[in-house]
Unconditional design. Structure first.
Length: 169
């Protein structure tokens, strides 16, 4: 007789557990809002090359990254960044620029003195890639310049340049 109550208890426990799991896993109703969906990107990549400090708030690359993200939302181009590690020299940074080109970045954005010099040195050999450099100097065949200024000016300049070069959807 003891086996029946144990089997009944185990069965009841399984039913209760299944009920709780069903309630917890049941999809939200329409009043609960929509589930988030993934953004569908176009096959266009804009890549930022920053110094070893990356895109943290307060560093020179932060407003550049913000502008690129705004351009991405407007054009559905993918954006990414790469921080150059090691000495802050053109010779050290050129391989980082080349890696972005090899990753098929349509647009390479450079911020920082060594990063800008490296991008300018690689650009003449990569005619199919557009480069955006933040700082001084003039435009050339496949290099656009966003003049350095306050954070809002840089963000807006980069947003406009990247949106223009990656096109709209």
């Amino acid at each position: 007789m003891r086996r029946r109550p144990a089997a009944f208890g185990a069965g009841l426990g399984a039913v209760v557990l299944a009920g709780v799991a069903g309630v917890c896993l049941w999809p939200a109703s329409e009043s609960g809002g929509e589930l988030p969906t993934a953004r569908v990107y176009r096959d266009v990549d804009a890549c930022l090359l920053a110094d070893s400090r990356g895109v943290a708030p307060g560093v020179p690359a932060a407003p550049v990254w913000a502008g690129m993200q705004e351009a991405s939302r407007a054009t559905r181009a993918r954006v990414s960044f790469l921080s150059a590690m090691g000495p802050d020299t053109q010779a050290n940074v050129v391989p980082y620029v080349n890696s972005l080109v090899q990753e098929h970045c349509s647009v390479v954005v450079a911020v920082g003195s060594a990063e800008v010099r490296a991008a300018r040195s690689v650009a003449p050999h990569q005619k199919g890639v557009r480069f955006v450099v933040v700082g001084d100097g003039s435009d050339s065949a496949n290099v656009s310049v966003v003049k350095a200024g306050n954070a809002a000016q840089v963000r807006e300049g980069v947003r406009g340049a990247v949106a223009s070069l990656t096109g709209t959807s």
